[in-house]
Ligand binder design. Structure first.
Ligand SMILES: Cc1ncc(C[n+]2csc(CCO)c2C)c(N)n1
Length: 213
């Protein structure tokens, strides 16, 4: 039997996919041992990421070819704009990160690369390309979060970041994204594959960057 299109893309993105899913950051998160400075750097950069991610989600909503997809993506946009942003604000408070640092700290190279990729995918006006990048960002996070051990670490900074990505609702959304990628991706297989592979490489680099500087 032919593998699913999304599985073939994931295979083609090795070794970056597995390196991302089993990254030191993810292991330390599961243990609750991420150093506060590393967590702070990661979250400051990731909050920027969320900005362009929402833009990409908007582009996917605009270019979707079915009403059902628009509804599901739209509901998801509402969720992220709500509870996930709340986590960031509580985390910044707990880590003593003020607005000055949050706004003033420059983007790291991986953040710049990822933001540029998301803007490129959004501007392509192609639903398959937008779905490719969204699928990587969500699916890779679901995969690492599912591997985190129980019990969850005691501090909300670690525990909630895992739970946000390891829950039934999120798993269903990733299933939807993969099904969309399987459905619309093959029509632009080469271009879609490039966006997918670049996104996986940047996910890995994004975790690496938390330990730099
Ligand atoms: C570099 C990076 N890649 C992927 C995600 C995962 N992610 C981004 S937005 C979103 C939706 C709401 O949780 C999710 C899961 C991240 N946070 N940072």
């Amino acid at each position: 039997m032919n593998p699913r299109f999304s599985d073939a893309l994931r295979e083609a993105s090795e070794p970056d996919w597995s390196a991302g899913v089993a990254h030191r950051f993810v292991r330390e998160l599961g243990e609750g041992s991420v150093a506060p400075g590393v967590m702070a750097s990661y979250l400051v950069q990731d909050h920027r990421f969320l900005d362009d991610f929402l833009g990409l989600l908007g582009a996917a909503i605009a270019s979707a070819d079915t009403f059902d997809a628009r509804l599901r993506l739209g509901r998801f946009a509402g969720t992220i704009a709500g509870e996930e942003n709340t986590y960031f604000l509580r985390a910044f408070e707990a880590l003593g990160i003020d607005a000055e640092r949050r706004i003033g700290e420059p983007d790291k190279a991986a953040t710049r690369g990822f933001r540029a990729l998301m803007r490129e995918a959004a501007q392509a006006g192609s639903y398959p390309c937008a779905i490719a990048v969204l699928t990587v960002a969500e699916w890779l996070y679901l995969e690492w979060a599912r591997r985190c051990p129980y019990p969850r670490p005691p501090h909300f900074l670690h525990a909630e970041w895992i739970t946000l990505h390891d829950n039934a609702e999120f798993g269903e959304f990733v299933s939807f994204l993969r099904a969309e990628l399987d459905r619309v991706g093959p029509s632009q297989a080469v271009r879609v594959g490039e966006f997918f592979t670049r996104a996986v490489r940047l996910e890995r680099a994004f975790f690496d960057a938390a330990y730099e500087g």
